[in-house]
Design a protein around this ligand. Structure first.
Ligand code: APR
Ligand code: PHB
Length: 402
């Protein structure tokens, strides 16, 4: 058994783990990341690409913003289309200057990986059998198999950044956590292609045939999504099928403008709302998808992970630089407040834009729910007050101080 030592053990090298590691290292706090899969595998995952200003600022604070600031697109507005009628939401005007940045999560992850490597910070990729020990004691540790040898990592704190299927959350005794979950009755089929996007701004579309989203990565790369039944397999959808269905769901002028081409990636993801409370136990802190999942409507997943990272980074900086251990107990409460706002927003936006078929919900039948959602769409897209609420939450609520 090889023994290692660090101040903060980070489980998972997704964007949450990598960003936290970079910020802590900048403050002189040592950390080591354990990742189950290879770096190439991590970079092969295609995820959303809308960064709130809070996240963009955190990336700048971490010193990893060069490419994001050079290549990321500033989006001052976003569009919604209801049955073909387009509505522009002036994010910048309605929020007093806030915007979002369109920059793929995969690109951000690559930048963080490169920066970590350049700084000589250790990430153990393909670390198997990661197990957390003594998390309620003052000397926790993590054991794992790496390069054919068993390792034990002694640390002060553990950051569980290992996503929804990770091991960290499961290490909290079941009677010490409460989990909230909603699984939606449909999925999103995503298609990435090297074709010029159909629109300068993102367009979230509610149509009679279900939801569609026209998104982008750059002037030459597009990302589209379709609401599909959970029973669909991606193999059943040829590229031509996807393009044809997009044409039916997007507003007519957008559909006419859309350039089609072969897909670079195509996959179906289920939609889920999930929260684990509290987000800490002993010396373990849960961060990002390990503690909460949102449906992708509104692109809050990565941004909520970032606000957790901000909170934990501030807590640990105070612990190590000011010897303030009292603030540790506040992590979960501060993080969860913003998480629930993001959860509610993503759930609400999903409700407004998808077709729920005969399901209904919230104690009303499907027909009545349809009428309620007509009224929601009318208010939040067609009144100034409604648009301001939508814009304020879309660009992201401010980070809470610890
Ligand atoms: N041991 C080590 N690493 C693990 C383990 C484990 N047992 N289980 C999972 N991991 C790794 C995964 O391989 C993955 O690389 O943890 C990482 C978690 O990364 P993400 O799933 O990307 O989660 P996170 O970093 O919280 O990123 C925020 O929010 O909505 C999403 O799209 C958004 O992926 C983004 C996420
Ligand atoms: C994306 O571009 O992948 C994307 C954008 C906005 C969303 C979800 C996904 O709400």
């Amino acid at each position: 058994m090889k023994t290692l030592k660090t101040q903060v053990a980070i489980i998972g090298a997704g964007p949450a783990g990598l960003l936290l590691g970079q910020l802590l290292a900048k403050q002189g706090i040592s950390n080591l990341i354990l990742e189950r899969v290879s770096g190439d595998y991590v970079l092969g995952r295609i995820r959303a690409g809308i960064l709130e200003q809070g996240l963009a600022n955190l990336v700048r604070e971490a010193g990893v913003a060069e490419r994001m600031d050079a290549e990321g697109e500033v989006h001052e507005g976003v569009e919604f289309a209801v049955d073909g009628v387009r509505k522009h939401i002036d994010l910048k005007g309605l929020t007093g200057g806030d915007v979002v940045i369109c920059y793929g999560q995969t690109e951000l992850t690559k930048d963080l990986m490169d920066a970590r490597q350049a700084a000589g910070l250790l990430t153990c990729y393909e670390a198997a059998n990661v197990q957390l020990h003594d998390i309620a004691e003052s000397t926790p540790s993590v054991t794992f198999d790496y390069e054919g040898e068993k390792h034990s990592l002694c640390c002060d704190y553990i950051a569980g950044c290992d996503g929804f299927h990770g091991t960290s959350r499961q290490s909290i005794p079941a009677d010490k956590r409460t989990e909230y979950e909603r699984v939606y009755p449909f999925g999103w089929l995503g298609l990435l292609s090297d074709t010029p996007p159909a629109s300068e701004e993102l367009i979230y579309c509610k149509s009679e045939r279900g939801f569609a989203l026209a998104s982008r990565r750059s002037a030459t790369r597009s990302r589209y999504y379709l609401q599909v039944p959970l029973t669909d397999n991606v193999e059943e959808w040829s590229d031509d099928d996807v393009w044809a269905e997009l044409k039916r769901r997007l507003p007519q002028d957008v559909a006419e403008n859309m350039v089609t081409g072969p897909s670079l990636e195509k996959s179906i993801a289920p939609l889920r709302s999930f929260v684990c409370e509290p987000m800490q136990y002993g010396r373990l802190f849960l961060v990002g998808d390990a503690a909460h999942i949102v449906p992708p409507t509104g692109a809050k997943g990565l941004n909520l992970a970032a606000s957790d990272v901000h909170t934990l980074y501030k807590v640990l900086t105070r612990v190590y630089q000011e010897n303030d251990t009292a603030c540790i107990a506040r992590y979960s409460e501060v993080a969860l407040k913003r998480v629930w706002h993001g959860e509610r927003f993503s759930w609400w936006l999903s409700n407004m834009l998808h077709d729920y078929g005969d399901e209904g919900g919230s104690g009303v039948d499907a027909k009545m729910l349809d009428r309620f959602m007509d009224s929601e769409r009318d208010y939040f897209l067609n009144t100034e007050a409604g648009r301001r609420v939508l814009a304020t939450q879309y660009v992201g609520l401010p980070y809470e101080e610890v």
